[in-house]
Design a protein around this ligand. Structure first.
Ligand code: PLP
Length: 385
């Protein structure tokens, strides 16, 4: 029988980052030794506290539905951790826990957008933003940044219309690894207030910032708390991507709207994962610091290998665990990534997936050994093409 699919799902693009990972895994299953630098997740175990908490939760039969927005102790722990990290104070009614920050973002766009409403999406962008906006009937409006791949008010101004509802800020950024400074965020904050729109601050990589730079939340800038929605997650911070815990922090009215949607769709995120996230957030954060140090060392190793390559260029990767580079040899990023995978057995993600043709994303969330080997293969490949 020929099943008619909805136009909505026909129009939805498949996730290019997941597709790149899948191709690498298929080759690995055929016995090919692939160096997989397409991964978007830490290669570390979850914190021991989280593991122990989940085992205890299973033993204690913590297996019933919970409040759709997440258990109170977890929402309290999210508020406490955010207060310790940024000084900003939120109440538990301003928190909604979801199945990963992907789910939080989905809820948000569904709750915020009416048909034709526009969302400013700085380029390069995390691959799911535009599709989620479109699923909610909204229109993603792509805003190219400068050579540093960051947007400034003058870039945003060109794309602002009376339909603009919000701007997405993702710093540290996936895929570019760039981190906005406080001054850059202040400039954006003034512009946003002048226009009367909201900011969605996707803080997935908040804890992975290197060297002397530190995390600045746009929500903490004057006048911004009421117009910022924070999207956070246990996924990257605690190497718990598969446990699926993310959260919303912001306006209570919007929190209620997202919770209503969750009541009528997924209900609560997994009860066991909530206990794990509670333990991770309440722990000593040592595993986060260890990961941060390891990522910084790996990034430095990679830069040592790639800096000398003629023609390569990239914005300085100050955070997250990605390097986003271009080179004259990369004309069609999908074609380049596919040839590089076949010929050098290294998997990268084409820049096209993030709205920037001519670029490739490399994840350094792999061991130093794999990274050094892959980096050398890349340097050699680029030098001969
Ligand atoms: C910028 C950004 N936001 C959100 C997510 C979604 O993460 P999760 O749903 O696991 O919290 C990702 C995952 O790669 C990401 O890179």
């Amino acid at each position: 029988m020929n099943i008619k699919l909805s136009q909505r799902i026909i129009n939805l693009a498949p996730s290019a980052t997941l597709a790149a990972g899948r191709k690498a895994k298929e080759l690995q299953a055929q016995g090919v030794k692939v160096l997989n630098l397409s991964v978007g997740e830490p290669d570390f175990p979850a914190p021991i506290e989280a593991k122990e908490a989940v085992v205890a939760a299973v033993r204690d039969n913590f297996s019933q539905y919970t409040d759709s927005r997440g258990i109170v102790p977890l929402r309290e722990a999210i508020c406490r951790r955010f207060r310790e990290d940024t000084g900003l104070v939120y109440g538990i009614n301003q928190v909604v826990v979801s199945c990963g920050s992907k789910h939080t973002l989905y809820n948000l766009f569904q709750s915020l957008l009416d048909s034709g409403d526009e969302v400013l999406v700085p380029v390069p962008y995390w691959t799911s933003y535009p599709e989620m906006v479109k699923l909610a009937g909204g229109v993603p409006v792509f805003v190219p940044g400068g050579t540093d791949l960051k947007v400034k008010p003058e870039n945003l101004e060109r794309f602002f219309t009376d339909k603009t509802r919000c701007l997405i800020i993702n710093s540290p950024n996936n895929p570019s690894g760039v981190v906005y400074t406080k001054k850059e965020l202040e400039d954006i904050a003034r512009w946003v207030q002048d226009k009367g729109i909201l900011v969605i601050s996707d803080d997935a990589y908040q804890h992975f910032i290197y060297d002397e730079q530190s995390f600045c939340s746009i929500a903490g800038l004057p006048g911004m708390e009421e117009r910022t929605i924070i999207v956070g997650a246990a996924s990257k911070t605690y190497a718990m991507t598969g446990w699926r815990i993310g959260w919303f922090l912001g306006s209570q009215e919007l929190a209620d709207a997202c919770a209503k949607l969750q009541d009528q769709s997924t209900s609560n995120p997994c009860s066991l994962s909530q206990m794990a996230a509670l333990a991770a957030l309440s722990g000593n954060q040592q595993s986060v610091q260890e990961m941060r140090r390891a990522f910084q060392n790996r990034r430095d190793l990679l830069l040592k290998i790639l800096f000398p390559v003629k023609g390569i260029s990239f914005p300085f990767p100050a955070g997250a665990f990605y390097l986003f580079f271009t080179h004259p040899a990369i004309k069609d990023s999908v074609d380049f990534a596919s040839r590089f995978l076949e010929e050098a057995q290294v998997a990268l993600v084409p820049g096209k997936a993030f709205g920037m043709e001519g670029y490739l994303r490399l994840s350094y969330a792999v061991s130093e050994e794999v990274l050094a080997e892959a980096g050398n293969r890349l340097a050699a490949y680029l030098s001969k093409t």
